[in-house]
Design a protein around this ligand. Structure first.
Ligand code: PHE
Length: 442
């Protein structure tokens, strides 16, 4: 039985919608294209897809089962399941730290999205050339007041939803809006591939050039896989703790991973043809989406309404992810530090807003938070989660939790092999190689 005092998701679609809501966000539409663009395109995509399947999915499943088995926040989960192994509590500590860092820069980018929504409403993007749109983004994102105000607005929205609690807050919004986002992106893809010169963009995204694969490209792909799936830091474990025993965890992990990957690849298909058609550099960095897509809207019939719909949905996708990040911190403050939910939310959101302000004024802080969280904290958390499921819980307990809904988990041996051996070694290797540590040793 579920502990009655804990909030829980109402059913299958609610669970998937909430977890997919966390996974699908700026990571797919803003971060994936910009990181793929910086890391050579096709080969990056291939490595990324490999990581989603071989490492992302098993780690997500491990996180879900750790959360549901313990019925605790990420910190309390490991404490309850293995009180004699304090090392695993570092997952909780790193996770809360990662939530702080990620949400800080995430809120800044979400703030840019709010500004672009506002610009779209005023028809302020229309009639501009590609060069003008690039300048517009650069001058806006390097200014202070506008980005700061929008970042704060976004944090207030996030805190408002988290204060409402899991079921009323998080679940309600994702159910209808995620499918709408998917439709909008598909329409954008269709428009993008009919642009003059679209083939170049599609080749960039789908034709792997293996000479571009270096240690750091592989590490970026791993980091992006973790970031995009929201794994390695306790978001999925925290959501797992709200999932009822009757749900099938493998089906949940699988649906979420597929939805997340689909949206990222579709975002790539919408963006790269336009990147080449409008003479933008694929490695233009974090501004890529904002500099590229307004060009596409400007060429569309009904581009005005369409651009508003796109940015509004992007804000909402960002919100369903940011609430999951804040929820990790709030669940920790409430359950471990015994704070009241409202006070915990206000405190956490307040502190993160201060870090966000640092990201607004310093590009370096922004970059350090962005890269450190995804290429260091999340993979390290991923190793510990996999090791915990494989070595500490072990096959029998894992099987028991995966079969709690009444089905048979006959894939459990494969899962255990992956989380015990393959994932820790692969992540560890990619990690050391990407950071250049292996080159120092050999
Ligand atoms: N996965 C989210 C996205 O792609 C970001 C995120 C990362 C959310 C880590 C929670 C935890 O936008």
């Amino acid at each position: 039985m579920d502990a009655p005092s804990r909030d829980s998701f109402s059913g299958k679609f609610g669970v998937i919608a909430a977890a997919a809501g966390s996974a699908v966000g700026l990571g797919n539409i803003w971060r994936f294209p910009y990181v793929a663009g910086e890391n050579g395109g096709g080969a990056f995509l291939l490595v990324y897809l490999g990581f989603i399947l071989a490492i992302g999915l098993p780690v997500m499943l491990s996180e879900l089962l750790i959360g549901r088995k313990s019925q605790k926040n990420v910190f309390g989960a490991f404490k309850t399941l293995a009180p004699d192994k304090p090392i695993f509590m570092s997952v909780g500590i790193m996770g809360v730290g990662a939530a702080f860092m990620i949400l800080a820069f995430y809120a800044v980018v979400a703030g840019w999205t709010l500004e672009y929504t506002w610009l779209a409403v005023q028809d302020g993007l229309a009639g501009k050339t590609s060069a003008e749109l690039s300048t517009l983004f650069k001058s806006f994102s390097s200014s202070t007041v506008g980005p700061m105000v929008w970042m704060v607005v976004f944090m207030v929205m996030t805190a408002g939803i988290v204060m409402g609690g899991v079921k009323n807050g998080i679940e309600k919004y994702t159910k209808i809006l995620m499918p709408m986002l998917l439709v909008i992106i598909i329409v954008l893809c269709i428009k993008a591939i009919t642009l003059d010169g679209a083939e170049k963009g599609l080749l960039f995204l789908f034709q792997p050039d293996f000479s571009k694969v270096t240690g750091s490209v592989i590490l970026e792909a791993l980091g992006q896989a973790f970031f995009s799936l929201s794994i390695g830091m306790g978001v999925i474990a925290t959501y797992g703790s709200y999932i009822q025993k009757k749900e099938n965890l493998l089906a949940t992990a699988f649906s979420v991973s597929v939805a997340d990957t689909l949206i990222a690849v579709l975002a790539g298909i919408a963006i790269f043809p336009a990147v080449f058609a409008f003479g933008i550099k694929p490695d233009a960095g974090p501004g890529l989406v904002f500099e590229t897509l307004p060009n596409v809207f400007n060429q569309m019939v009904g581009g005005y309404l369409f651009s508003i719909a796109f940015f509004v949905l992007l804000v909402i996708a960002a919100l369903t992810s940011s609430v999951s990040l804040l929820e990790v911190v709030v669940a920790y403050f409430c359950e471990e530090l015994k704070m009241k939910r409202k006070a915990a939310t206000a405190l956490a959101a307040g502190l993160i807003t201060l870090l966000g302000a640092l990201c607004v004024v310093s590009q370096d802080v922004f970059d350090v938070f962005d890269k450190t969280s995804s290429t260091i904290l999340l993979p390290l958390g991923g190793i510990l989660i996999a090791v915990f499921a494989g070595w500490v819980l072990g096959k029998n307990k894992v099987k028991e939790e995966l079969e709690a809904h009444g089905g048979k988990a006959n894939y459990v041996s494969v899962l255990i092999f992956v989380v015990k051996i393959v994932a820790p070694i692969a992540i560890g290797f990619v990690f050391l190689k990407g950071l250049g540590v292996l080159e120092l040793i050999f």
